[in-house]
Design a binder for this molecule. Sequence first.
Ligand SMILES: Cc1cc2nc3c(=O)[nH]c(=O)nc-3n(C[C@H](O)[C@H](O)[C@H](O)COP(=O)(O)OP(=O)(O)OC[C@H]3O[C@@H](n4cnc5c(N)ncnc54)[C@H](O)[C@@H]3O)c2cc1C
Length: 134
Amino acid sequence: METAEYLAGRGIRCIVVKRRPDIGGKLDPLARAILLRRLESLGVQVRTGVEVVRFETDEQGLTTVVARPWPYQEDASELRFPAETVIIGMGLRGDRSLADALTDQPDVYTIGDCVKPREVLDAVHEGFEVGRTV
Ligand SMILES: Cc1cc2nc3c(=O)[nH]c(=O)nc-3n(C[C@H](O)[C@H](O)[C@H](O)COP(=O)(O)OP(=O)(O)OC[C@H]3O[C@@H](n4cnc5c(N)ncnc54)[C@H](O)[C@@H]3O)c2cc1C
């Protein structure tokens, strides 16, 4: 959603497609309401309950995102979203490469998203706890 906000703010037409019926569920309610209102004012279409099933590219190189309603419905017709650029956001994974390279070093602590992607407060809390012990 933040990416759509960023792009729409630069005049790029955006459609956010999401399989689950909710959007921004991890944000606090006020931040979520502000972001959704901002997306609306920027003309970003938010389509929830829609599952992307494939991408098609025609002879001119134009891409179409082909989707269908989610949960699956036997007779539902496909939805088609022509797109110049497709941004896929399918969750986050911590990057442990630096921590793994330092396993033979003393006093190396991992905190925050490196342990597991979560929220700012988790990282701050873990940093605080490590700071207390060193
Ligand atoms: C799009 C998006 C929206 C989010 N929205 C929210 C939200 O609304 N509320 C919320 O609570 N959380 C939100 N989060 C999650 C939150 O940003 C993270 O949980 C938090 O930033 C984790 O803090 P961190 O210090 O562990 O990692 P980071 O904030 O990612 O900091 C890690 C730092 O280490 C640097 N770094 C990495 N590798 C190296 C290296 N080899 N050498 C030197 N430096 C390096 C990086 O450049 C970065 O500056 C969001 C995350 C994303 C991606």
